[in-house]
Ligand binder design. Structure first.
Ligand SMILES: [Zn+2]
Length: 140
């Protein structure tokens, strides 16, 4: 079952977030990077999370990183029944090798095998004609 046939809600794509979703559709992980201080933003914002600069450039991010923290979801809220078949879902904070931190789902990993510090790599799930979602799996 793919993303849309599973009846999962699609993200609201705005002018601010469109580069993230369309890059993921094309198999690229891009994040906003501050032209002033070099900090990566995630999720997309109109200003740098570190210095407040509005000079942000969409930049290819490293596809590998480590699990900083995680949680294991074993139930879904009423409005998100499309994810029922995916349970348990492993949601992680990932520290990419270039210093960016983002959150994402870890796939291809049993809940008992996830560890803080685990090496992971990104992959992309197509979710519509215009968007993909970056997800992660253990790096072998
Ligand atoms: Zn900055």
């Amino acid at each position: 079952m793919d993303y849309t046939t599973a009846n999962k809600p699609l993200p609201t794509i705005t002018d601010l977030t469109r580069p993230f979703w369309t890059a993921a559709k094309a198999g690229r992980l891009v994040l906003q990077k501050c032209d002033h201080c070099g900090t990566f933003n995630f999720h997309p914002k109109a200003w740098c999370i570190n210095c407040g600069s509005r000079a942000l450039t969409w930049t290819d991010a490293q596809p590998t990183g480590t699990v900083y923290s995680f949680t294991i979801s074993r139930s879904v809220a009423m409005n998100y029944q499309g994810w029922q078949a995916d349970l348990p879902v492993l949601m992680c904070l990932i520290d990419l090798d270039d210093g960016a931190r983002l959150y994402g789902q870890l796939a291809d990993c049993r809940p008992e095998d996830i560890r803080i510090g685990m090496r992971v790599t990104v992959w992309f799930e197509s979710i519509s004609d215009e968007a993909g979602i970056p997800k992660f799996r253990p790096l072998k």
